[in-house]
Design a binder for this molecule. Sequence first.
Ligand SMILES: Cc1ncc(COP(=O)(O)O)c(C=O)c1O
Length: 363
Amino acid sequence: VGPHIPQHRYLIDTIAGGSVIQGSAGEAAIVAFLAAITKKTTSVRQRLFQSDGTCFPTFCSRDNMVVFSSDQAHAIVKKACMVLGIGHHRVIPTSKENNFAMNSEDLRDAVSEELAMGRLPVAVVATTGTTSSCAFDPVQAIADVCKEFGVWLHIDAAYGGAYACVPELQPLFSGLQQVDSFVVNCHKKLLCPFDIAALYVADRGPVLQALSLQPEYLRNAASESGAVVDYEHWQLPLGRRFRALKLWFVFRRYGTDKIRLHLEKGLALSAYFSSLLMGEESEQLFELAVPVSLSLVCFRLKGRSEEDQKRFLYNIKATGDCFIIHTKLADRMVLRFACGGLEQSREDVYNAFKVILRVAKEM
Ligand SMILES: Cc1ncc(COP(=O)(O)O)c(C=O)c1O
């Protein structure tokens, strides 16, 4: 993917790491959290049983565990906590001043507070390309906090991860070498049809410990000799679809250079769209809600009420010529224009802008 991604750490034939295709970023988060829980409870057990093991059951009960993410993390984080019965999801607030990225000092304070309350921090989720505004949490600084407290760091790179292969964007991903796991959705920017999410783990041990079972009817010589990798031990279901095939076709059809060009085209189009919004003809009408990030442009009608923003969105969709969806940032409604579709051209973006401009002028 890119030189900064330490492939040697994540490939199956290395000492510790590994990678596996999952169905979605949501499933990948569940697998990562299971591994995090296993790793944490194993280390706590070792520590406690050397002294007094009596508090282990309460301290290590899932009710007492806590997972951390920013308020911009995707809902998969909360859902993974719900599914696994993790008692607490500590949400770190973000702010416009920090472009809605997590502040690592706030994270450090939150982890310390949870520990002081007697809770067991098991995992932190940082996002490189949040869903609402494509914010980038600072991976390196967050990795330092996680290391300090011995907490598993999972990176949700579902949307943004593919852009790591664009050389100029690599600084956005620095620190990825330090994380425990990260996931990239190939069904987002890597041109595959749904569903295929690549999960990387720096240490496959806790994943296998959490998910391996060997019932009699699955015993076979190849597995027992270690000649094959049984991916059933890396995921929730037993059976697997042959998802790798569609990724293989994409790589055969495009190759890494053309995938990079495709991503760069999305970046150029988002820059183009924002230049139209902020151009002479329109800058009185629109404002950018955050600086453009990757292929996403978040904008609002300038100086208008929340009701107007809603009506604006409704009116744009009602034209049937342009489809955009909204989010809320700091409680304010924001419209999101996504660039980077495979067949999207500069002309398409210009035409969409014309629709948006017309609707804005009519308001
Ligand atoms: C940052 C991020 N994480 C996770 C998801 C959810 O992905 P999946 O449907 O693969 O679980 C999305 C989807 O929009 C996303 O943008």
